[in-house]
Write a protein that binds this ligand. Structure first.
Ligand code: AMP
Length: 281
């Protein structure tokens, strides 16, 4: 497995892979790996081709009062985990390699960046879209793998690819959960044991909504209210949002008539956790 620290070394590595007739399969991450990340890498590997993973805690996507400085980082641990699933290369750039002095361009996917996390994290998705576009231009992947845990991010990247005619296939991958249902996240390390136990309320509430839809509930307001009340009943949870939106446009719906996303965000202590589930009539 090769460790690449510069844009030029990635370009050179990609040229070598393509010369051997290998497709480039790319998994962008911020590191501090868990099974969610590894599931993307395994899928990229299983699809054939050379697998390259980026590890970059992107300062552009963090707000001034967010957790950029304390975001968990452990390159050596990540290196070993990536190697264990057969990753071929890691792109691990310094901030100055991605944003040299004088950097000033940002991309914005206008409508999809507004609702859900876009409301409480102004500028976040501009940071995401900008870094992903840069990474795509550096790596030139044939396929790129994104987790549905960050569903809004996935939709924004799909729109970016379509709007900018990027020659990459986006592969959505299912949410990987702990045995008790908590969605895996690098940010779960922020949770105290009490908060960790309380955080399962997100998944339990989404499961409740799934069951309601399976039993015939079609009223989005009733589903939102039910999920909201369940999370609000947990004293350690502070809700940011609970929304029932169209899975494509991310706009609120009144009835479950098409694929619909139920998305939640809540603070447990200082950790802001997100989760979601797709429901269909
Ligand atoms: P991050 O390092 O948190 O930016 O995540 C990198 C990629 O891993 C993104 O495409 C995420 O959606 C994906 N990911 C993170 N957590 C999970 C999870 N629990 N299940 C599936 N994919 C995940």
């Amino acid at each position: 497995m090769e460790i690449l620290r510069t844009v030029e070394s990635v370009r050179e590595w990609v040229r070598r892979q393509r010369a051997q007739g290998r497709a480039i399969h790319f998994v962008p991450t911020m590191g501090y790996f868990h099974e969610g990340h590894l599931s993307l890498m395994r899928r990229a590997k299983a699809d054939g081709g050379a697998v390259i993973v980026s590890i970059f805690v992107n300062p552009l996507q963090f707000g001034p009062h967010e957790d950029y400085a304390r975001y968990p980082r452990d390159f050596e641990r990540d290196r070993q985990m990536a190697e264990s699933v057969g990753v071929d290369a890691i792109f691990y750039p310094e901030v100055a390699e991605m944003y040299p002095e004088g950097f000033q361009t940002e991309v914005r996917v206008k409508e999809l960046s507004k609702p859900l996390c876009g409301k409480s994290r102004p500028g976040h998705f501009e940071g995401v879209a900008t870094v992903v576009l840069k990474l795509f231009n550096i790596v030139t992947p044939d396929r790129a793998y994104f987790g549905m845990k960050d569903y809004q991010q996935l939709r924004i990247i799909q729109q970016l690819v379509r709007d900018m005619n990027l020659p990459v296939e986006i592969v959505p991958c299912p949410i990987v959960r702990e045995p008790d249902g908590l969605a895996m996240s690098s940010r779960n390390v922020y949770l105290s044991p009490e908060e960790r136990a309380a955080a399962t309320v997100l998944y339990r509430s989404l499961q409740w909504a799934q069951e309601q839809v399976a039993a015939g509930e079609r009223n989005a307001h009733a589903l939102r209210e039910g999920v909201y009340q369940r999370i609000a009943a947990e004293p350690l949870a502070r809700i940011d949002y609970v929304e029932v939106v169209d899975a494509e446009t991310l706009q609120p719906v009144e009835r479950i008539e098409r694929p619909t996303l139920i998305a939640v965000a809540a603070f447990f202590g200082t950790a802001r956790l997100i989760d979601n589930t797709l429901v269909s009539p």
